[in-house]
Design a protein around this ligand. Sequence first.
Ligand SMILES: [Zn+2]
Length: 119
Amino acid sequence: MTDLICIQCKYVGRPKKIKRGSVKLEVLAWLMFPLGLPYTIWRLFGRTLVCANCGSSTLVPSDSPTGKRLLDIVEKELTGEKDPPPAPPEEKREITEETPTEKPIATERIKPVQNPNEW
Ligand SMILES: [Zn+2]
């Protein structure tokens, strides 16, 4: 049996088995006699797994994608490793409308001076 991870408290391990339904309802069902028997049987067969730590039934198997992600988080918390800093927001490029910028146009191109010794 694979370990289960509790989503609530991130407990990893074997869950507890509990009977579904409630004792109160079972007693009530037995008071209305014919209902008690099927209810008891339903409870016996319908055992649910709950977290052994907090009793929550929100358990995922550790080999499921969700379980693996949770395990990752648990391990990081145990090792005190912090999550990588969030990626910096994309630089908002201010879309400037094409305004004619009056840049001085270089009329004379400076030719790279060739070293005559290279040739
Ligand atoms: Zn739990």
